[in-house]
Design a protein around this ligand. Structure first.
Ligand code: UD1
Ligand code: UDP
Length: 350
């Protein structure tokens, strides 16, 4: 039997692993390795319970370190696992430091690399996610692209072999959890009758005091209260910059919630403000207007269709008109399950 090593470590990777593990289980022996990049219960273990994921075969238990130390130690830990398990290939997903470490350690051990969410690109070459994506794709052997723009990006970089437009794994994850989405999510504040949902965590926004202040103060102009389950990085940076007082009264901030609860909040919301790659696509799939408080989005296929709107760090809701149009023909090709297709392609390559 072909043996796979699946490297995960951050919240979105646990969510993406769920549909992959189901399909991989049909044909492959899979060794799942958790790097420990995310470690709070609600950033990690909770998703294993919610999505019925098997416990990782290995846990590197690295937790919070500087990015270089974390990535270096992940590479060293993964190398040991690969040497012991001798997988036939390594699968990584997305653009986190765990993705980078999974790929670099595999390349150093001469293992084939399959990248889920390959070809996604930012214009800003210095973003940590962009660095991770570009390096990972530069050493990958097979590219599972979530959308046509990602295929085009790889083509521009001279990559055409083993490049597949498979669709978005987040779409599969959403379909997998759909039946578990509660009508009313249990959250620590009383849910307003009508509200907007916000998530925010990217380093470019929350590690920069000007950007963070600007986004928080822009939220004042929201016509609706804002429900804000905050990523631990964001909560820590608000404390670090002493911005607690700058959070407008219409923003109800609390700890991260589970996946089904987040999707319930999304479904109940009027619109979404997010810098999350995953939440942007979930908003599109659940037909909610979504505004991105960044200078750009990587999800350009949706931006072109006006389903995702980039608004920068400083915005006024009075100037924004949420798009509410129903899905047209032009979007339907982006609504497709991908995990099965990926594993079939993978099998054909051995
Ligand atoms: C990482 C990814 C980002 C992805 C995000 C998903 C990188 C470079 N970035 O960002 O692309 O969108 O995950 O959520 O890999 N922390 C906790 N508890 C946790 C996890 C994090 O307190 O369980 C805090 C720590 O102070 C940590 C900080 O958040 O230092 C940042 O965590 P890190 O994993 O480095 O980056 P993310 O911002 O989570
Ligand atoms: N998510 C969650 N609880 C939350 C916020 C987000 O379960 O409180 C889920 C969300 O539904 C999406 C994923 O986490 O599937 C996105 O992860 P994140 O925003 O951390 O990272 P990104 O997608 O930007 O890499």
């Amino acid at each position: 039997m072909i043996k796979a090593a699946l490297v995960i470590g951050a919240r979105p990777q646990f969510i993406k692993a769920a549909p992959l593990i189901i399909e991989m289980g049909r044909f492959l022996e899979t060794v799942m390795i958790h790097t420990g990049q995310h470690y709070d219960f609600m950033m990690s273990e909770n998703f294993f319970e919610e999505l019925d994921l098997p416990a990782p075969d290995y846990h590197l238990n690295l937790e919070s370190r500087t990015p270089g130390k974390l990535t270096g130690e992940m590479i060293a830990g993964l190398e040991c696992v690969y040497d012991f398990e001798k997988p036939d290939f390594v699968m990584v997903a997305g653009d986190t430091n765990s993705t980078l470490a999974g790929a670099v350690s595999a390349a150093q051990r001469g293992l084939r690399i399959f990248h889920v969410e390959a070809g996604v690109r930012s214009k800003d070459q210095k973003l940590p996610e962009q660095i991770n994506r570009v390096v990972t794709d530069s050493i990958s052997d097979c590219f599972f692209c979530p959308a046509p723009s990602a295929v085009e990006n790889l083509k521009t970089e001279g990559k055409v072999k083993n490049v597949y437009d498979t669709g978005d794994i987040i779409y599969d994850s959403l379909r997998l959890i759909e039946k578990q989405i509660p009508d009313k999510p249990p959250i620590p504040v009383e849910l307003p009758g009508s509200f907007a949902l916000m998530t925010l965590h990217r380093a470019e926004a929350v590690d920069n005091i000007e950007h963070l202040k600007s986004i928080l103060s822009s939220m004042k102009s929201s016509p609706l209260p804002i429900i804000f389950p905050a990523h631990p990085r964001t909560a820590k940076m608000i404390d670090y910059f002493n911005l607690g007082e700058e959070i407008p009264g219409n923003v109800l901030m609390f700890d991260p919630v589970g996946y089904a609860d987040l999707l319930s909040l999304l479904r109940l919301s009027e619109f979404v403000v997010t810098d999350s790659g995953g939440v942007q696509r979930e908003a599109v799939y659940l037909n909610k207007p979504v505004f991105v408080p960044r200078p750009e989005t990587e999800w350009v296929d949706f931006e072109k269709l006006k389903r995702v709107r980039v608004i920068g760090y400083d915005f006024d809701f009075a100037d924004l008109e949420p798009e509410t149009a129903d899905f047209g023909e032009e979007l339907s090709y982006l609504l497709r399950p991908s995990a099965k297709k990926m594993i079939e392609i993978l099998k054909s390559l051995f």
